[in-house]
Design a binder for this molecule. Sequence first.
Ligand code: 5AD
Ligand code: SF4
Length: 433
Amino acid sequence: MSKKLFIETLGCAMNSRDSEHMIAELHEKEGYETVEDYRDADLILINTCSVRERPVHKLFSELGGFNKHKKEGAKIGVCGCTASHLGEEIIKRAPYVNFVLGARNVSKIAEVLHKDKAVEIDINYDESEFAFKDFRSSPYKAYINISIGCDKACTFCIVPKTRGEEISIPDALIVQEAQRAVDNGAKEVFLLGQNVNNYGRRFSGEHEKVNFTELLRRLSKIEGLERIRFTSPHPFHMDDEFIEEFAHNPKICKSMHMPLQSGSTKVLKDMKRGYTKEWFLNRVEKLRKEAPDATISTDIIVAFPGESDSDFEETLDVMKKVKFDQIFSFKYSPRPETEAEHFEDVVDGEIGSDRLTRLQSLHNEIMDEINAGHLGKTFRVYFEDLNRDGFVSGRSDNNIVIKVKGSEELLGEFRDVKITAIGRTILTGEILA
Ligand code: 5AD
Ligand code: SF4
């Protein structure tokens, strides 16, 4: 009988890709099959995120639950970003945890499994030439790492401490991985890195100079690959060449994530983001000129230390000017080992909550306006998910989630869809014959 693995994945797409890799390694080397219920598992893995504080509290309460109800003899492993930054402390606080495996060390899963109380969290471990396994949780879309780590020093961010220095993966490995994914039926690749458009700045060995724009060109030559997406680019590295390639290469999906964080140049400086409000707006203007139908999403942090009412108004001003199609917004949460952790002039919690509410309600108005404009339009949709209610959903090139009545024959297929009803997060349409 095969051994059973339960894995819970928190956080971002990079963590999802790490989980795919661990599932594949454990299957190949140790014969594990995944199960849906942790009480049936011989190994329980939790792949953690530490970008904000709340999930860390959640981790320990969840671990307690796992330990209480797990099958007798089952092992528990904590992996990912919180594993990197808390390390041994996890075993001190939860002594029943069998091992701790950092975000930069997931390739060692099959080894640590056999070492009780192992703590493998070297954040500069070089996994860049380690080929990730081809197992994918979706047959239609392939997540592919293009770089690991992050060299930026945003003062709010813990990631450089959990994923280490930035190293690019050799482009030949990326192209081969994409080719194999296409050979296995995927029509879309999703390139992943903390800072994708800084690709090529440093490789671990000798490597020809290849930047992100050139990587996109090379990937788009793969026959049968129809869509290329990527996350997350940094506004600072959005030069003209990159925006022009994005706009005019037909295989690159026209949705850009542009993490603003704040609309105030003063706050951006305190965050060490490397750009000003004007630079950000200038990049949006260039993007809109070159690719008028592209959608733009963003990340915003409110109540960063020192953010005054008028700084916050600057963020609202950028929101009104850009009219982002999607926002991910957060109240600032101090993180250990970051510069901002020690900043004074902390913003009162209630003021922060109020700013977050104002930001989100402004965005809801913007969304309603944008969505109303979509009614009656036609989008080419790549179908990926079968919903329980007789609908199949997918995404337009510009990343709008659209569902139609239908069944599994649509999965992995492209269709032109006319929008017949609008909702805030999902649009409904009909397939055009
Ligand atoms: N507090 C709040 N939000 C944060 N993010 C990163 N660090 C913090 C923090 N300390 C947000 C940023 C980032 C997204 C992934 O999470 O907006 O882009
Ligand atoms: Fe969370 Fe950032 Fe780690 Fe992704 S890289 S899991 S968002 S802390």
